[in-house]
Design a protein around this ligand. Structure first.
Ligand code: DGL
Length: 266
């Protein structure tokens, strides 16, 4: 039994799609979330900058005495996980391996698609994990950078998001894929539009598999927070608490307020 919170972080508010799965799968756990809304997007930045920013966030979360950290951001998971895992002693979980596993389990025809930020796609991390498990799977990848501002703007169900999804995804559908990994935390916000283009293709959000992985880790290390007292979650952002509130309403079962943090101090 360990009452300390779990830290979850992302480059912005997209990581709330991961928090949403954690609230369902680990309802007794307390969560401290950090979204780097001042410096989003990470997906167009260099690996060095992504590692520097995520190290500052890890410093902030470890100061909050978290028992474990979830790197909700695919861009950080695919570029900086090794550096963070080497630097910090607490258990850190990334989202890419869980998403890749789920994808391998799902595909029947061994042709899959992965979408993510430019930095995630450039890293080749999803292909690497998928082909380590099954080298016969063909992976078709595509960066979809415009999905991030659309999600942050809350433009998830209008004609702009519909046409953007069609333009980005049709070329993957034409490759005859039967599974598509949403390799970016913001993309589940556009799920309606993505599903419309994908038809019978299975769309995989790595968040659920990541929460299940954390559950196994907490069980195995006996770090679960049990008891009858409902956890009080905390949310922090580096800028624009208003935008946090807007996305929070779309993704989480109730409204939470976010506090501002000067992350450059960490
Ligand atoms: N949250 C990031 C991810 O999952 C995407 C947004 C960004 O570019 O920062 O990769």
């Amino acid at each position: 039994m360990d009452k300390r919170p779990i830290g979850i972080f992302d480059s912005g508010v997209g990581g709330l799609t991961v928090v949403s799965e954690f609230l369902k799968i680990l309802p007794a756990e307390e969560i401290i979330y950090f979204g780097d809304t001042a410096r989003v997007p990470y997906g167009s930045k260099s690996k060095e900058i992504v590692t520097k920013y995520s190290t500052q966030i890890m410093n902030f979360l470890t100061e909050k005495n978290v028992k474990s950290v979830v790197i909700a951001c695919n861009t950080v998971s695919s570029n900086s996980y090794a550096e963070l895992a080497a630097k910090f002693e607490l258990p850190i979980i990334e989202v890419v391996s869980a998403g890749a596993n789920e994808c391998v389990r799902t595909t029947k025809n061994n042709r899959v698609g992965v979408i993510g930020t430019e930095r995630t796609i450039k890293s080749g991390a999803y292909e690497k994990y998928i082909n380590e498990i099954n080298p016969d799977i063909s992976v078709y990848s595509k960066a979809c950078p415009l999905f991030v501002p659309l999600a942050e703007e809350g433009w998830v169900n209008n004609s702009v998001s519909a046409i953007t999804a069609e333009i980005y995804l049709q070329e993957l559908i034409d490759k005859d894929i039967d599974a598509l990994v949403l390799g970016c935390t913001h993309y589940p916000l556009l799920l309606n539009q993505i599903n419309k283009v994908c038809g019978s293709v299975s769309v995989i959000n790595p968040a659920q598999a990541t929460a299940l992985k954390m559950k196994s880790l907490l069980d195995e290390k006996q770090l679960c927070r049990s008891g009858n007292v409902a956890p009080a979650h905390s949310f922090f952002v580096s800028d624009n608490t208003g935008k946090f509130g807007k996305i929070c309403n779309l993704v989480l079962p109730r409204k939470y307020d976010a506090k501002l943090v000067d992350i450059e101090e960490y």
